[in-house]
Design a protein around this ligand. Sequence first.
Ligand code: ZN
Length: 218
Amino acid sequence: MASERDLSTSRSLSDQVEELLAHEGPLPIVAAGDPVLRRSAEPFDGQLAPGLLARFVAALRATMHAAPGVGLAAPQVGVPLRLAVIEDPAPVSEEVRLVRGRVPQPFRVLVNPSYEGIGAERAVFFEGCLSVPGWQAVVPRHTEVRLRALDEEGRAVDEVFTGWPARIVQHETDHLDGVLYLDRAETRSLSSNQAMAERWGQPTPEEAAAALGFTLPG
Ligand code: ZN
């Protein structure tokens, strides 16, 4: 049974989402420096009624597409719930696909996700975040993870992700624990989008490591 306090929290989250959805177009994305990105988000437990949840998920998806991005977590639009969407059409060359394991990831809703690494292997590549616009950095990530979550219908998900989809799952789940990719990044690799476009388009960050002075693990 919910306490008074829980009920008022639920009401306010619901109101907050209704307010966000009252405006047309993509939702405003919260940038680093906002405390909502640094707090553990609240487990989803029906705070949004099914219809509102469906509308919110659709808005997250549209916002992710418009950005464009391959994942978006609810705290990134200011909503402190353990909820994220992922989707990656992976418009990359065959070489990049092979080296980074960037295969298409169909649209998925992750509710209350958690992950654990499988094995010791790490994949080390540049990544960016819609909440840290204009920058990318090299982040070592588990090559393979086991994801446990619920889907948008409340069905249990227990699934292994590898390659780029595994990176996306880790990045988005981290958001729900108040962790930004910069916390895990090789800070000397930090590169502007312009530097990325002009210099660091290679499939691996080896040249960047040599030129910027950071060590690739492994
Ligand atoms: Zn992010």
